[in-house]
Design a protein around this ligand. Sequence first.
Ligand code: FAD
Ligand code: 2HG
Ligand code: ZN
Length: 471
Amino acid sequence: MPEVSDAVRRDLKTVVGAAGIFTDPADLEAHLVDERRAFRGVAPVLLKPASTDEVVAIVQICADAGVGIVPQGGRTGLCGGTVPVTGGGEVLVSLERLRRIRELDAQGFTMTCEAGCILQTLQHEAESADRLFPLSLAAEGSCTIGGNLSTNAGGINVLRYGMARSLTLGLEVVLPDGTLWDDLGALRKDNRGYDLKQLFIGAEGTLGIITAATMELFPRPRDVDTAFLAVADPEAALQLFAVAREVAADMMVAFELNDRNALDMVFQHMDGVRDPFPTRYSWYVLLELTAGVDGHARAAGEQILAAAFQRGLVLDGVRADSLAHRAGLWRLRETVTEAQKHEGRSLKHDISVPVVAVPQFIDEATAAVRRGWPGYRVLAFGHVGDGNIHFNVFGPPGNDGEQLFAESEAIEDAVFAIADRMQGSFSAEHGIGQLKRRALRQYAPAGSLEMMKALKRTLDPQGIMNPGKVV
Ligand code: FAD
Ligand code: 2HG
Ligand code: ZN
């Protein structure tokens, strides 16, 4: 990538004005590292365009000069996708000023919003129109819808509502040559050839910049039942999942798993949390049901728990009796990522396997780590109802992470090979970024990488969109 010349900087400044361009290292600092502080890069310029037109003009200037572009949303991504890699040949483009909700159509159950809208803001806007925007993840107070779409984020409600992709009705994208592609629209059905918007969802900014999206809204639930349950092991959790699914069907929105190590880290590092049980258990499930009719979710919850206790699948349990109680139970699951940060450095493996294979995966992967790296600690938690396990590895207590990082490829290989043997994925919801390119080369289905590269060459022949990421 060529250096960003003074002439290019001048042209960019003309587009965004003084309020939209930053070159002071202090302003750039937070934009040059990732959430986990695993990657750091350099870039001479940070741009904060205020409109789609400005994004178009920026991309045109960069395309003419062959300068790289790194799109940034809330910078909560876990694979280093927002950190530049070329040593100075890229400009950072933060979408944070594109924060307008262009339309909320309560009757049509859609919302058209700009890429920089914070996910939580969108949830609240939907709620104030008596609608539900169901995408939900622990980073929702900082991540943006543009980032959510670019990573095809999953989170805690995928079971019922699908990933970001399935909530998307239309997109507005600035292509790598600076063309604006406007496919915003509220159509549920549209078979006019290839569904091109899917290319940009999960592309992590390598095929264009998403500037706006039309998202689907849902009726707001009238009844919620949340239970935190202790189970003997992942096999019991899986059996409980089957019972819950049979009884609750589509009322089940979340079925999350925590192991005791994850919970211990939460108790050690987070405030405002307490163990709901007097006894220590090894595994926990957070089950949430919602219904459109008052009382339905709670009735189903009671039925599930009665059946589960009768079959010995649940060892102990509490059900939320207030909104505050519910929030407290969710905190036990949702603060696991933050608690891990306080604990120290770790290796994150974002695995999915067929749901029925989850217990076997956890058993085999845990055994492989214990065998190969005695004393290393394992955390297994996540969206077990979707077959998505976050299988994270820490060094022994007090380990500063250097040794762990030196072992990362060998540990990854051990864990990913087990998932691969189970027809699983080494990246369920976090993407590839720069962290998992090696794994993509190794574990993508035959022919996939070639097809991805062909698409990249076609849409971005100069390779200026988020260089060094994904392919
Ligand atoms: P960023 O991190 O800013 O960007 C992510 C990628 O998308 C980068 O490659 C970037 O270049 C690109 N990008 C950003 N905006 C655009 C745009 N407008 N156009 C084109 N490319 C763009 N993820 C899950 O899937 N499920 C979870 O449950 C989950 N929980 C999390 C919990 C915590 C505490 C944290 C810190 C992270 C979690 N994540 C989770 C990961 C992360 O929050 C998601 O990947 C999120 O979707 C990223 O959004 P963002 O706005 O922060 O994107
Ligand atoms: C979650 O489900 C996130 O909480 C983050 O996807 C997982 O910390 C992790 O590894
Ligand atoms: Zn997750």
